[in-house]
Design a protein around this ligand. Structure first.
Ligand SMILES: Cc1cc2nc3c(=O)[nH]c(=O)nc-3n(C[C@H](O)[C@H](O)[C@H](O)COP(=O)(O)O)c2cc1C
Length: 185
């Protein structure tokens, strides 16, 4: 037996993306976004409400960063998804996030979040969605393995469970992509 739930915004796994932007005074902001993902090999799409400070900042600066929320920073990452810089200008200080400007785009890198996509705004779609080009990915050395590659178990990215409003950590390896299926060929 299966239970029907009807139409819901339920999807697994949903990312927890922390979008970093600057406003016209170069003040940094960050927000939490679960509705976003890879759109092409070098493009990402974000579904952002028009009223967010972040959305206005992206249109102004034509740039943004996307960092993956991690287990270590759950409280701050949730906080930036609950409070707007529209009415809380010291949101970043309250979150405990410190920033420096990306070397590639006019958007902030959040020092506490170790992996970041640095993106240039390509366009806003007719539905208001943001399409950005990934011009660089940077990662703190603390999350690299002995080969110098990103180690997901060190990164400990989190996923948003929209059914239970939980954050869960991602990381347990259960297989090898483009390889395990060979067993059935
Ligand atoms: C788990 C979670 C996921 C969210 N996902 C989105 C999203 O995909 N799109 C969106 O527009 N807002 C989303 N939000 C809400 C924004 O993060 C929130 O409104 C934020 O305060 C906007 O900040 P800003 O006005 O400083 O940009 C999410 C919030 C949480 C907690």
């Amino acid at each position: 037996m299966r239970k029907n739930f009807g139409t819901k915004p339920w999807f697994y796994p949903l990312p927890v993306l922390i979008i970093g932007t600057y406003d016209s005074n170069n003040q940094a902001d960050a927000m939490n976004a679960a509705w976003g993902g890879l759109y092409d090999a070098n493009l990402i799409e974000l579904c952002l409400s028009a009223g967010h400070k972040t959305t206005k900042n992206i249109k102004e600066k034509k740039a943004f960063t996307v960092s993956f929320a991690d287990a270590k920073n759950v409280v701050a990452c949730d906080y930036v998804g609950m409070v707007s810089a529209n009415n809380t200008p010291d949101k970043m200080e309250k979150a405990g996030f410190t920033t420096r400007k990306s070397d590639f785009v006019d958007a902030p890198i959040i020092e506490e979040l170790p992996m970041t996509l640095e993106c240039r705004l390509v366009k806003t779609t007719e539905d208001g969605n943001i399409i950005g080009e990934i011009v660089n990915i940077s990662a703190d050395e603390s999350i690299l393995n002995e080969k110098g590659m990103i180690d997901i178990q060190k990164l400990q990215p989190i996923s948003f469970d929209p059914v239970n409003n939980d954050y869960v950590v991602i990381g347990e390896k259960v297989g090898n992509a483009f390889e395990d299926g060979n067993q059935l060929k």
